[in-house]
Design a protein. Structure first.
Length: 429
């Protein structure tokens, strides 16, 4: 069933790409593409059909899946309200105003990273910052493909690291670990890669003056900070996001332009609608995973991956981590969607991690990092397609300029290579 789903999704994308359709890999929606796979899994199962359907529904109603859906809804509401009250635009303008000329290109990366970490969405960041990058390129003569690639790299930084990113939600929920633990397992890898990217962009950049931006209201920054601080402090993620939504509403009410209760409730529902597709897909994948697991499919897949990895290395943790990274990367190549790739790999990754002695937070970090590395490198990914469309470029012109994703992948591989053996880890504590 998983092969059927991936074949339909990837095959449809290739067909539309050959036909010249815009956003080729997004013409067949994932929740629809998975329906034949669910039908096949129900048909292949043993026992009464009623029992098989019940197993599918039990998978949908699993506590992890339902929690994930609630978190998706709240994250969507938070992003929607913050966007509506002008927090994103104000923060972008304030950041641009603070950039000195010699930091123009690295500044674009850092602003994109800040906005994507706050918003939890790479596509939203690309939509907000690429027009700014185009204007800066026109005014200063900066290389446009490099500027757009820099924005996409910064957007993937937040997509990977943000507490409210859908990839973080999917990675932590499928691995049943806390946001806080995953954040600390992930943050040093991301920051090291970001620092190397900034250094590279300083070399590649241009010396020019950036246009002035308006000053952001401090009220509009507070909800972002609250969400980050509470999440890092280990507060339940549902409480964190609900608090963020409420404080975002209060910040909107305090703004000079005014923000009504009616607009607040409408924006919350608009945020719910924005995550409907991924929430529905998470439910379907939860049900499908139960059917495949009961029929032995997941056990076979885990056994096959384990057998292949055992032939490459002797360090069980290292080979397990590389197997998880390869699995989620392949899923993303076939689906061009990092959230879908994490959801598909979640159960297998959790079992490999438990068998190889890899911590759940480390597994969530590997899933999220390599899904974002692959997604940020695909010319047919949503981020490239959106950035190319806004800048009037070919996605292929941008693909080689997203330096952060390549550096992040190298840094993450380095962390895996130097991952301690089980014996060394036990001696260390």
């Amino acid at each position: 069933p998983l092969v059927v789903f991936l074949s339909l999704f990837f095959g449809s994308g290739l067909y539309h790409l050959w036909a010249g359709t815009e956003r080729a890999f997004y013409q067949l929606r994932a929740p629809v593409a998975i329906l034949p796979a669910i039908g096949l899994a129900l048909w292949m199962g043993r026992g009464p059909l009623t029992k098989r359907i019940q197993a599918f529904l039990q998978g949908i109603g699993d506590l992890t899946i339902i929690t994930m859906c609630i978190v998706f809804l709240l994250a969507g509401a938070f992003s929607s309200v913050m966007d509506a009250i002008g927090a994103v635009d104000a923060t972008v303008n304030a950041g641009i105003a603070l950039i000195p000329g010699w930091m123009l290109l690295p500044g674009l990366f850092m602003i994109s990273a800040l906005i994507s970490t706050a918003m939890g969405t790479s596509n939203g960041t690309v939509a907000a910052i690429v027009p700014v990058a185009v204007g800066l390129s026109d005014a200063t003569g900066m290389n446009l493909p490099l500027a757009v690639g820099t924005v996409i790299g910064g957007a993937m930084f937040g997509d990977n690291l943000s507490i409210i990113s859908d990839t973080t939600i999917a990675a932590t929920r499928t691995q049943e670990c806390s946001m806080r633990d995953k954040f600390f397992a992930n943050v040093w890898i991301a920051l090291l890669a970001a620092g190397a990217t900034v250094a590279l962009l300083l070399v590649l950049g241009t010396n020019a003056s950036a246009p002035e931006g308006s000053v952001a209201s401090p009220w509009l920054v507070v909800p972002y900070l609250l969400v980050l601080v509470l999440a890092v402090a280990g507060v339940n993620v549902i409480v964190v996001l609900a608090s963020g939504v409420l404080l975002a509403g209060v910040a909107g009410f305090a703004a000079p332009d005014g923000y009504s209760v009616g607009a607040f409730t409408a924006d919350i529902y608009r945020g719910f609608e924005s995550v409907f597709e991924i929430m529905l897909l998470a439910m379907f994948i939860g049900g499908l995973s139960v059917l495949i697991k009961r029929q032995g499919g997941l056990a076979w897949l885990i056994q096959t991956i384990t057998h292949l990895s055992d032939r490459l290395q002797t360090n069980a943790r290292r080979t397990g981590a590389f197997s998880i990274a390869a699995l989620v990367s392949l899923n993303d190549v076939l689906t061009a969607n990092n959230v879908v790739s994490i959801l598909l790999a979640g159960d297998v990754a959790r079992n490999i991690a438990d068998e190889r002695g890899i911590s759940r937070q480390r597994t969530a970090s590997v899933l999220d990092i390599f899904a974002c590395v692959t997604q940020g490198s695909l010319p047919y990914g949503a981020q490239h397609l959106l950035g190319a469309s806004l800048a009037g470029l070919s996605p292929l012109a941008i693909a080689g300029t997203v330096h952060y994703c390549w550096i992040l992948g190298l840094v993450a591989i380095g962390f895996i290579v130097w991952m301690p053996t089980p014996a060394a880890a036990e001696e260390a504590g």
